[in-house]
Write a protein that binds this ligand. Sequence first.
Ligand SMILES: [Zn+2]
Length: 172
Amino acid sequence: MKHSFSWLTPKAQKSRTVHGFGIFAKQNIKKAEKIIVFGGYVMNNHQFDNLSLQLKHLPFQIDENLYFGLYKISEMEPADFLNHSCDPNCGFFGEITVVALRNINKGEEICIDYATCSDNYRSLTKDMQNCLCGAKNCRKKISTQDWKKKSIQKKYRGFFQPFLEKKIKRKS
Ligand SMILES: [Zn+2]
């Protein structure tokens, strides 16, 4: 069996979208089910800054100055094609696990809100900040400070990266 970094539920797969690739449910998935367990490399700011432009799109933030990503495009696996939506069906549960926030129907794209894993410019590069997710409540512009919005905090409480969860707790 081929070794892999990440685990993606067999109930989902990588497929082509209008914008590139995404992950889609192959069958119905129940609320709270585990969708992805990410593997990869833990990077500090310096290591992140040395990534190629293409690889800079990949990492998500797991602490103030730590990111989780890959060093080669060839290391990308289906789980790495997880896209953003302003009305996502998934969120983080701990640093590396993504779970379903609600029941997901076969054919739906699996998405998270980048607000749950982004607090500085490294984790959300400029060209990713115009949102075309198409959700009714699309913010159009997504920012690294979206986690500070009360409505966002309420929506994803318990499903942010733990370091953001802690920051929210301190502020409220
Ligand atoms: Zn959007």
